[in-house]
Design a protein. Sequence first.
Length: 614
Amino acid sequence: MIISLDNFKEILKELNPKKFLSIDTETTGLKWFNNDRLFSLVISDETEDYYFNFNKDPDYEGNLPPSNFILPREWLKELQLKLSDKNCTWFIHNAKFDMGIISREGLIILGEIHCTEAVARLLDGRHPAYTLDDCVRRMFRHLRQKGPSKIDEVKKLVSKKKLYKEVHLEGKNQAKKELHYHKVPFDMMATYACMDGRLCYLLGTYQLKVLENRISKGLDGFKQSYDQEKKITKVCFEMEKEGIDLDIDYTNESLSHYRSNMKDAEQRFYDIAGTHIVDSAKGYKEVFQRLSIVPGLTAKGNPSYAADVLEKVKHPIGKVITDYREARKLMSSYYSTFLYLVSKEGKIHCSIKQNGASKTQRMSIVDPALQTVPKEHDPNDPWNVRRCFVPPEDYCFFAPDYDQMEYRMMLDQAEEIPVIKKILGGLDVHTATAEQMKASSRDAAKTINFLLLYGGGPPRLAEALGISVKEAESLYHQYFYNLSNVQRWRRKIMAFAQFKGYIKNPMGTISLVHPKGEYKAPNYAIQGGCAQAMKKAMAKIADNMKGMKSKMVLQIHDELLFAMHRSELDYCPEIVEVMESVYKYKYLPLTVGPKFSWRSWGDTKEGYPTLEAA
DNA sequence: GAACAACGCACC
DNA sequence: AAACGGTGCGTTGTTC
């Protein structure tokens, strides 16, 4: 139903008693922190979809929306009354985006927020995609119902009529497309928006039923994580909204630096090969033949031109190719993207997918991918991507991170007492493992530790250590002989996964496991346990920090980043205390190492921040 | 021209 | 019998 100037107020009254609603906004673009605005929104209840249009501009054919259906933008304020209802739960697919968009209109949801995307990932993380269409298609299949057939007509129109602007970023070949949904004809937009609203409502109620069903089967881990995710949605939204200051001058200088590096590499390639560089197997095949270089092989048996292979060929062209790739990647994925995404206020507002790693409920971060920003490798190199991010005036960065979070949690879960005793006695985890294994180097122990967390076998160990598979096998035996509880714990988890089809991690929440994927189960348990512990810490910390000037701004799996105001530095130890307290250990607690910097994310040093260091 | 596979590489 | 987990993002090249 399309809301008109005449029935607007009446409809709002009708919404008042509703306990569950879905909301979906239609916007001029994705940068809610900059100039993009909502032009319409749809609210759905159990029977009806209400389409509120605020767009008064013509569509791509020049047609105007019917004047009776153009609502004044000021009327958006009227929605706040219902949004303030704490007894209402809102189903929203990718909720934080809509929260951002409506926040730009001065609106805030004080009720419960059920992000149907995050919940879909939580309930079954085994799928490859979680768009609204994907989730809805699976829901109908599961219910043995026929869903709507045409769900992406709007998308098709946008593509066919080229209702987008192409933006070219330096270092990128492919243009970014900024889609202009506000150019879609009014009737079509209203129809499909209402359908999305309906589908989101159906998905939300379906998810609640699935949840109920799981709980009734005794799987209360899902209840626990569902409740936590609802809190985390709000916490992450605050982080996204806060953003991180970008040093725009430094970012521009870095871009120029790598621009010249890339050109330089292109020239060097041409000097050696006599052709222009094309970074692909096809592009290198002929050149490598001419230079009589034999490349290695990829996993699928094709010629490989990966960095480690290029290093082995011992020909200067290897360095040229890796230099070219490095410069190009840094420009396109980071520097150019930052400058494209930076807000008017000079901040980067990333998007946090709270269950992005859906199999383990880890978070992932996109636009930009701040969890993959390279770390500093050479302290003498003035160019470091993390230096692009700086604390605001009178603030410093505080970056506490868990020490060997995953391995410690595994040892504790396995109750591997002899190693735990050594660690509690002051040894680092890898040295302790090496000692316990007897006759093993710290390096070998460290490699085994990682492989155990990832489910890797002797062939991988052999590869990593440059030894034979036989030797790797014997190292494994040595490990399991001397750390037999780890072996026992792994077998228990795998058997459980095989029998039940899911695992329960140390924090009590659940991941479904594909049949034949049981070897991944110990990894899911630990990665998932760590992810949940971190989320629990984040929820508590965000709660405790309400009203403070200092803000939590980023999470990188086992590390948090805070912008701390100079007057609140003494709060840092409390953050660490919360982080250390969330996991209820049996023998080995999680510990946290503090880091700080007054300069940039790329300049953090160990310890707590002080004013003297400013 | 879009979708997909394959590759490569950054992080934890 | 045998398997290194989880991501995001970029390019090239093929296919429909």
